[in-house]
Design a protein around this ligand. Structure first.
Ligand code: WTA
Length: 650
């Protein structure tokens, strides 16, 4: 990515309110955070409530993948998100539930949240769930999802939320890996006016799985679903039996809070595990400063809680800070492409956070969907999930923000727990497409192929972190070796992000995207290896290679090159495409279905059998004359054949 063609200075309107007023303000605080990190984080930790103070701020060794924060401290996350606000803001709205149908929006106060979470906590306990047990949550974006995750936190159970777009097989894998004894789901989900049969998916996922003892079902629609006697229970009926109070379990700072599965370059998704104290301090501090949140602000992160963005910036960060946070059940185009802005106007949203893919999808519907709404409440606009292209950035800035709002392009990952590189309101002049500067305590570096740190200001290479921060994941659940191998072995002593980046002459970071076989499709993170292994499981397919290619709306589209088995018969290309897409939907979920399937006679392999994806990527963008050296291929003639297939498809 090149440097910004334009730079937009911070507006007075933003600076008049922001916590930080200049780059110098930021630098002073940043310097403190890296020159004496323990002192900095000891102070920052006081923003949350501790039942028992910690003895030691940090103890980490990245080379050993060993990270511990605030040891000796005891706290409870749900207490911090709810109870401590009851006295000062019990009647304030904690959550605005923006239902699929706009007229069904509902406000839930901190006091109501307390009662609901306690009831669910008591339900969990009544089924024998206790501290350390895993609970798999497969719920749509309804209040029950917030209640259940906070109820787990209240009793010390570890939640594993599975995005409600994943298939039965994907849930099953995650249940087995985490050995979850309970699944919490809903009869149906609603999205864009459509019903999604979640309970049916769960039935399939848990069929024959002894580990799952209980399935709790929240009734979101009127539809009756099959209930298995002795295993399935109605959430509302169970809640009605329980008291609305439940004492919080005091957890050690390093006790697990949740597991969240995410895709990597190899193998099945990994269960990244986050712990209690460091995660919460980091979630709370980043939420306040990155979004410049002030008391009374209405804050909306339009992500899904099934992804890390929703964990940290719909629930844990905002609620710890006593903010009013919106849970958005619908899609940006329902009932029309003005949905977001209608919502902003109705709730007078001040801070709005979404993904570039959503921005592109509504921008192309035209400005007439934005114009009718009063968006003057907006102050901060955020984006996350993939590099934002300058056109989408400009549209967000000008059409939505009327050049009066600041944009925070926040870079982070499931592994990092919270935002690591981002502009801060009031600090940075805006450069469309740049994530700009490290957050407090974050020490990025750029390394070259050989793992040497590039120390010049201007740099291009792989993005790594030199120091631990409180919010980072501690392990891969049940497989610490994999954690160490994946993130800490490539460049010993550093955390390797998997992203490429450049640093410009001002020291600002620009994220250029993944350098491994992970792709970000419509803000969903997927591994090409897991898609390939699903495709290869189809009886017609001998082998496949999956790559990401530039896609106008999704950011990255999924392209599968497949080779048929000799005994596959002669299915048409359309049949193969349907078969491949069906297989991936059932193994992983619709979000991972290839956008394009090309049946090829062979794949470009080296003599040692390695697929040269570089060549496939070039072909996918039509750069047929720029393939580089193909002489090392076992059979260079295959390249022309694949080019022909690609050309014919267009
Ligand atoms: C990408 C999402 C550029 C990046 C919170 C990262 C971004 C992956 C940005 C993590 C951004 C996220 N600019 N790229 N602002 N934010 N990414 O785990 O490739 O779902 O490694 O976490 O998304 O995706 P994940």
């Amino acid at each position: 990515m090149s440097e910004a063609s334009r730079i937009y200075p911070v507006q007075d309107r933003i600076r008049s309110q922001s916590y930080l007023k200049s780059r110098a303000d930021y630098q002073a605080m940043y310097q403190k955070s890296v020159s004496n990190p323990d002192e900095f984080w000891r102070e920052q930790a006081m923003r949350i409530s501790w039942f028992h103070p910690f003895d030691r701020v940090s103890d980490w060794d990245l080379a050993q993948a060993s990270v511990r924060w605030f040891e000796g401290g005891k706290l409870n996350v749900s207490y911090n998100c709810i109870d401590r606000h009851l006295e000062s803001r019990g009647d304030q709205t904690a959550i605005i539930f923006e239902a699929d149908e706009p007229e069904h929006a509902r406000h839930i106060s901190y006091r109501e949240l307390h009662a609901e979470v306690c009831r669910v906590a008591n339900v969990l306990k009544s089924f024998g769930v206790k501290k350390g047990d895993r609970v798999c949550i497969y719920l749509p974006m309804i209040p029950e999802l917030a209640y259940t995750m906070l109820a787990c936190a209240r009793i010390g159970a570890i939640h594993s939320i599975v995005f409600a777009g994943f298939s039965a097989d994907a849930i099953r894998d995650r249940i087995i890996d985490s050995q979850a004894s309970m699944v919490v789901t809903a009869n149906e989900g609603l999205r864009g006016g459509k019903r999604i049969a979640l309970k049916t998916v769960v039935d399939k996922a848990v069929d024959g799985l002894d580990v799952v003892k209980t399935v709790l079902v929240a009734k979101h629609t009127e539809t009756e679903v099959n209930m298995v006697t002795g295993r399935d229970f109605d959430m509302a009926e169970e809640k009605a039996r329980q008291r609305p109070t439940c004492p919080p379990e005091w957890m050690d700072a390093e006790d697990p809070l949740f597991i969240l599965y995410t895709s990597g370059s190899t193998g099945k998704p990994k269960g990244l595990m986050h712990t209690t104290g460091g995660y919460l301090v980091y979630a709370s501090l980043t939420h306040q400063y990155v979004f410049d949140v002030h008391p009374g602000d209405i804050y909306c992160c339009a992500a899904d809680i099934g992804w890390v963005t929703g964990h940290t910036y719909i629930i844990y960060g905002p609620l710890t800070n006593g903010t009013t946070t919106i849970m958005f059940e619908s899609v940006p185009t329902y009932p029309h492409a003005g949905r977001y802005w209608d919502m902003v106007q109705r709730h007078k949203v001040n801070i709005f956070y979404t993904a570039p893919t959503a921005i592109r999808a509504i921008a192309r519907e035209g400005n007439q969907w934005v114009a009718p709404y009063d968006l003057s409440s907006l102050r901060i606009l955020g984006t996350v999930g993939e590099p934002i292209n300058p056109e989408a950035w400009e549209w967000y800035y000008q059409v939505v923000g009327k050049s009066q709002c600041t944009i925070v392009d926040t870079w982070w990952q499931t592994e990092t727990g919270g935002i690591l590189i981002t502009p801060l309101p009031g600090v940075n002049d805006l450069k469309p497409g740049a994530a700009t500067l490290p957050f407090f305590g974050v020490q990025p570096c750029v390394v070259d192929q050989d793992g040497q740190e590039i120390t010049t200001t201007e740099a291009k290479g792989y993005l790594c972190m030199k120091a631990a921060w409180p919010g980072m994941a501690r392990t891969v659940y049940g497989d610490h070796e994999r954690f160490k191998q994946t993130y800490f072995s490539q460049y010993p002593g550093l955390y390797f992000t998997g992203d490429g980046c450049t640093r410009d002459r001002d020291g600002d970071y620009w994220i250029t995207g993944r350098v491994d076989d992970v792709i970000n499709v419509s803000g969903h993170r997927l591994g090409t290896a897991e898609i390939e292994s699903s495709i290869n499981a189809h009886e017609w397919i001998a082998e496949s290679a999956v790559i990401g290619y530039p896609h106008e709306i999704k950011g990255t589209g999924i392209l599968a090159f497949v080779i048929l088995n000799a005994d596959a018969g002669s299915p048409s290309d359309a049949d193969v495409s349907n078969a491949v897409r069906g297989q991936v939907s059932s193994d992983i979920g619709k979000i991972a279905r290839p956008d394009m399937v090309l049946v090829c006679p062979g794949l470009p392999k080296t003599r040692s059998g390695k697929i040269m994806r570089r060549i496939l990527r070039k072909i996918s963008i039509g750069a047929y004359d720029d393939l580089g050296n193909v002489t090392t291929l076992a059979d260079p003639s295959v390249v022309d054949q694949i080019i022909q297939v690609h050309k014919n498809h267009k």
